[in-house]
Structure formats: C-alpha cells, structure tokens
Design a protein around this ligand. Structure first.
Ligand code: GLN
Length: 485
C-alpha cells in the first residue's frame, strides 16, 4: 500500500479493501522502521489512530470525501493545536501552539489523518535540511545525500513511502527543490491562494504553503483541500476555488504552449544529466503535441541576489518576536534584560538563522535601506514583468527545478553562497508570486531529477494538467527508492 497514490488509496478505502486505521498503522510502522532518515521531528501515534477511527466512522456514515482517512504529515512549521511545533529550532523546541494553522485545519476538516510533524531546515532557511536543530534528514535514494530543503523531511517521508503526502512551505524553492531531489511531485501555489495563517513566518511576501505527493493528480486533490480564503491572512486572495481535478483532466498537451527560458538552458553550473533530462522532457511534451518554444526571462539572473536582500530583511523583522520573554527559548539565569535578549537569541537560534537576521537588519538599517531593500524591490518588479511578458505567448514555462541532483551531506554546509545557488531556478517564481511545481523527470547517478513547470497567477488547474499530462506519457513518478530493510 505504501507505493500507492492518494487517488488509489481513496478507491481502496471506498471499496472497503482497507480501512484508515490499517493505513495509519502501516504508515506508523514504516515511520518507525525508517527512523534513520530522520524525516520526523514528532510522531503522534495516539491522535493519528483516533483520527483514523473517526475517519472510518465517517465513511461508514457515508460522509467520506477524497481525502477521508488518508494519512499525511505536516512540516513542523505549521502550528498544530496541542502538538509541538518547533520549526526545527531550539528557539521553539518546546512550543506547543494553542491553535491549528489554516492548512492543518482545512486538511483535518477534509478528513486526513495527521501522523506527525516533519523535519526541516531551521525556520525554513536552507536547501539541504542540514540547518535543523534536530539533525540532517537523509535522502531515501542515497543515504549519504541530502534530501533538499527546507521541506526535506516532508520530501523524504513521501519518497520513502512513509506517508502518501505531506505539506510543505516554499519561500524560495522549499517545496520544489526537495521534491526534485527526492523524486516526488510538489506544488507551490500562487501567492495568496492558500492562507498563511498559523505558519511560522519566514519572509511574509514570499512564503506559501503547498502539497507534496507522488503524482500531479494527488497534488490537485490536496490543493483542493488546502486552498481558500481566510480573513486571518491579509494577503490571502478572496477568489473562488475551482475544481482542480476537473481543470487538470480538461488540460490537453496538444496545443499547450510551453516556453523554455533561454537563461535557464544556458545557466552555468548545471549538471549535464539535469540538462539532458530537461531536454528529453521538452521533447516528450513536444511529441505529445505541445508547442514548445524558446523564451527569454532577461532578469532571471538577478533573482538570487534580490531574494537574499528581501528574504533576510523580512526574516529579521519576523524573527524579532523571539525575544526570550513571551514564548520560546529563554536562557538560564539572565543578569538583566539586555542579557536575557542577547543570550536567549544567541543560544536559541542556529548559525544560518543568525546570518539571515544580521544580513536583513543591515539591509533595513537607516542609510542602507534605499541602496539595498528599495533597490531589491525595484529589481523584483523587473523579474515579475519578465514573467508577465512571457505569459503573453505561452501557457506554462518549463525548465529544471534544481541545477544538480542531491548532493552529499556536508558538501555545501560551509559555503552559504553555493547553498543559495541551489535555488537559482526556483526563487524568481516566489518573487513574482507565481504557481509552480516540480515533477520527476529522470535520474543522474541514481538520484532523481526534477522538471519545473511554472504557471500564470491562479492558473494551478492548467499547470497541474500539464504535469498530469506529462505523467501520463512518462513513468518517472512511479519509480521508488531501493528498500533498505
Ligand atoms: N533555500 C532558500 C532559503 O534558504 C529557500 C527556502 C524556502 O523556500 N523556505 O532561503
């Protein structure tokens, strides 16, 4: 059962071939057996089994939907009522929220069973899951390699078949890049499509929650459960939620206009195997009737530097709430208030988080604000305009998700700039607020490669349709990592 999609499991549940309690038990057993992956920070067997029983009872009453009884996991950045939400930081090691995040609330209402909270980079800052206070996550395809980040625990959990799906958040690539590196499918929706309420904030103008699963169809089912307006997030957009599965099914690859950005194809430092797989994917889409053409995103190269001004600036402001006074970590025996602030933050945050806070504080300081933050916002606009122009002539944009396959644990841990370059193809999408997804498209040295598809604002249905179409003509998404017993 562990290699089945949500759509397949839903059919099995519907036919009475299995129960949610059975699925949940199986997931809990697999999580325990795969403990060496370190994919979870917290596992909640009792509440999971209680939720599974409730789901089975709802089904017996004829009240089941497409997600009823499906075990899932939440990234440990989503607040969960009564369940520790650490954000993989010592700062929140013992934080137990009194409420659920919107996404958790919605997926619970849709009948999913939450088995626990997945590991991640501390405060979602990273591309390898190595900045976690709870230790690195291993890639199920190669236990010496990283799973990507920051949603690395969610990605590893789905790739290893511990759960059929998990939630993630994506500020600069944190759903798509780990999805690519672990051979699963992951979607970052349009900014404003899914409420950010109850997500520990990193960079508020970029953060967006989305699903991670093993097929585009499953992403559509999960997005249906997650999307919607919510007053508690002022940037959430009040707009009807379409039937994503219907839109997906209605999308035909024939006639679909696919743009390949020249800047992505010619980017330096891209593995030959990655370029080869992306060319093959473009070829496959073309053979299926899509009109594939080259396009240009002239300012794409500015995305990483712009992001590393804007994201740290917003992070430095968001993380100022962790002061050792109201909640979170507090140092032992502070001498005075100043000492309390300094040591609580100094001891509570890890190195990467501190680096971001310092960069962001500097960029926002008087005298530098115009030179850095303001300038970055202007270039951000140029990046957005590139995409707007491109979408005048294409329906989706295709390219690699990440420049390389999963790299060895430790390989980039001491070189922040190399680490930041893992996201050269994903970051521009967040700056522009667009929806984008990653689907498996090949292998290099036995490690998965991801194809990124980017859509126009609120065009998730067609984007999912393009990905689903691709998954009808390829079976990369069906590959599973070798089992280590
Ligand atoms: N890797 C990027 C960073 O470290 C993006 C992280 C994310 O999307 N949360 O900021």
């Amino acid at each position: 059962m562990h290699d089945q999609t949500i759509a397949e499991l839903a059919t099995a549940l519907e036919r009475g071939e299995c129960s949610s309690v059975e699925l949940t038990r199986a997931a809990l057993e697999r999580i325990e057996r795969a403990a060496d992956l370190n994919a979870f920070i917290t596992v909640t067997p009792e509440s999971a089994l209680a939720e599974a029983e409730a789901a089975d009872a709802a089904r017996a009453r004829g009240e089941a939907g497409p997600l009823t009884g499906i075990p899932i996991a939440h990234k440990d950045i989503f607040c969960t009522e009564g369940v520790r939400t650490s954000c993989a930081s010592r700062m929140l090691e013992n934080f137990v929220p009194p409420y659920d995040a919107f996404v958790v609330e919605r997926l619970r209402a849709a009948g999913t069973v939450s088995v626990g909270k997945t590991n991640m980079d501390e405060f979602a800052m990273g591309s390898s899951n190595e900045t976690s206070y709870f230790g690195a996550v291993k890639n199920p395809w190669d236990r010496q390699a990283v799973p990507g980040g920051s949603s690395g625990g969610s990605a590893a959990a789905v790739a290893a078949g511990l759960v059929p799906a998990a939630t993630g958040t994506d500020t600069g690539g944190s759903i798509r890049q780990p999805a690519a590196l672990t051979g699963i499918s992951g979607l970052k929706p349009t900014y404003g499509r899914v409420s950010r309420y109850g997500i520990v904030a990193f960079a508020s103008s970029l953060d967006q929650a989305g699903p991670m699963a093993s097929s585009a169809e499953d992403l559509a089912i999960l997005l249906q459960g997650m999307a919607g307006f919510d007053r508690r997030d002022s940037t959430c957009v009040e707009r009807p939620v379409p039937d994503y599965r219907a839109q997906m099914a209605a999308t035909d690859l024939r006639g679909l206009r696919v743009g390949l950005p020249r800047e992505f194809l010619e980017a330096e430092g891209v593995d030959a195997e990655v370029s080869g797989s992306i060319s093959a994917a473009a070829q496959a889409l073309g053979d299926a009737g899509a009109e594939v053409r080259e396009i240009s995103l002239p300012n794409a190269g500015m995305a990483v530097p712009v992001y590393y001004v804007i994201a740290p600036a917003e992070a430095s402001s968001n993380l100022s709430r962790f002061d050792g006074v109201r909640y979170g970590y507090r140092c032992e025996a502070p001498a005075d208030l100043e000492d309390l602030y300094k040591r609580s933050r100094g001891e509570g945050f890890g190195e990467e988080v501190k680096r971001r806070i310092m960069v962001g504080t500097y960029a926002l300081s008087a005298g530098y604000y115009d030179a850095y933050y303001h300038k970055a916002q202007q270039v951000r606009r140029l990046v957005q305009q590139d995409f707007a122009r491109a979408f005048e002539s294409v329906d989706v944009i295709a390219g690699p998700t990440a420049p390389s396959t999963a790299f060895p644990l430790g390989a980039k841990a001491d070189d922040p700039v190399q680490m930041y370059l893992s996201d050269i193809f994903t970051i521009a999408v967040n700056l522009a607020g667009l929806p984008a997804l990653s689907v498996p498209a090949g292998f290099g040295g036995g490690r998965p490669i991801g194809l990124q598809l980017i859509g126009s604002h609120f065009d998730e249905g067609r984007l999912l349709g393009a990905a689903h179409g691709y998954q009808q003509i390829t079976d990369w998404h069906r590959q599973r990592p070798p089992v280590e017993e």
